[in-house]
Write a protein that binds this ligand. Structure first.
Ligand SMILES: O=C(O)c1ccccc1NCC(=O)[C@H](O)[C@H](O)COP(=O)(O)O
Length: 210
C-alpha cells in the first residue's frame, strides 16, 4: 500500500519529510487553504511523486502549475465534471496521474463514479466536511462496502496513527485500496508536518505487509 503525505508547505520540512520516502507528496494550490503552497519545492528523491491539489480551478492554472513544479500527479478536489477531467487528461503527458476526489458520507451514491472510471487513474475518498479537504475527520469506512468498481483508490480523511488497526482490517477486504493519504493528523501547525510521527506511521504500515 502506497503512502501520500499531503499539504506540505515549508521547504525545510519538505526535505525532512521527503527523507522518509513517501510515495507521493501533495501541495495545495487552492488559495483559501491554510496549507496553500506558493514557494519553491526543494529537490526530492526521484521516487516521490509530486501531487498538485486543485479545487475547481481552471485548466490553464493547472497546466501552469504542472509545468512550474514538474508535477507527476494532479488531484482534483472540487466538483470537476467528467468532461473537465477528460479534456484535461487529453492535454497532459500520459505519465501524469489524475486523481479525482469524492467527499464521502453515508448518503454517497457510488453510481456517480462510473463515468469517471475512464477519465481518471485513481479515485480518492475523503470525508465530507466544511472545507473541500483537510478537515481532519474520518468517515465511516463501512460505506465502502458499496464500492463496486475495480478502480484503485486513495483512502483519506482524518487518518492518524490511531487508524492503523482499522487500516489493517480494511486492507484484508477485497477493496482495491491503492494508497493511504495523510495530512492534518500529523501536523504541528497547518502545513508543518511532524517527521517523527510520520516515521512511526510509515513503519506501522510496513508491518501490515500490504
Ligand atoms: O489540506 C487542505 O487544506 C486542503 C484544502 C482544500 C482541498 C484539499 C486539501 N487537502 C487535500 C488532501 O488530500 C488531504 O490530505 C485530505 O483532504 C485529508 O486531509 P485530513 O482530513 O486533514 O487528513
Amino acid at each position: 500500500m502506497k503512502l501520500k503525505i499531503c499539504g506540505m508547505k515549508y521547504p525545510d520540512n519538505i526535505t525532512e519529510v521527503g527523507s522518509l520516502l513517501p510515495d507521493y507528496m501533495g501541495f495545495i494550490f487552492w488559495e483559501k487553504s491554510a496549507r496553500y503552497f506558493d514557494g519553491i519545492i526543494p529537490d526530492l528523491p526521484k521516487s516521490i511523486k509530486k501531487v498538485g491539489v486543485f479545487v475547481n480551478q481552471s485548466q490553464e492554472e493547472i497546466l501552469s502549475k504542472i509545468s512550474k513544479y514538474d508535477l507527476q500527479a494532479i488531484q482534483l478536489h472540487g466538483h470537476e465534471s467528467v468532461e473537465f477531467c477528460q479534456e484535461l487528461k487529453s492535454k497532459i503527458d500520459t505519465k501524469i496521474e489524475l486523481i479525482k476526489v469524492f467527499s464521502a458520507d453515508e448518503n454517497f451514491d457510488f453510481e456517480v463514479l462510473k463515468p469517471y472510471e475512464s477519465v481518471c487513474d485513481y479515485f480518492l475518498f475523503d470525508t465530507k466536511g466544511k472545507l473541500p479537504g483537510g478537515n481532519g475527520t474520518t468517515f465511516d469506512w463501512k460505506i465502502l462496502n458499496k464500492y463496486n468498481s475495480i478502480k484503485p483508490f486513495f483512502l483519506s480523511g482524518g487518518i492518524g496513527l490511531e487508524e492503523v488497526e482499522t487500516i489493517k482490517e480494511i486492507s484484508i477486504t477485497n477493496l482495491p485500496i491503492y494508497a493511504i493519504d495523510v495530512n492534518s493528523k500529523f501536523e504541528i501547525e497547518p502545513g508543518l508536518k511532524d517527521k517523527n510521527i510520520l516515521y512511526s506511521f510509515k513503519q506501522n504500515l510496513a508491518t501490515l505487509n500490504i
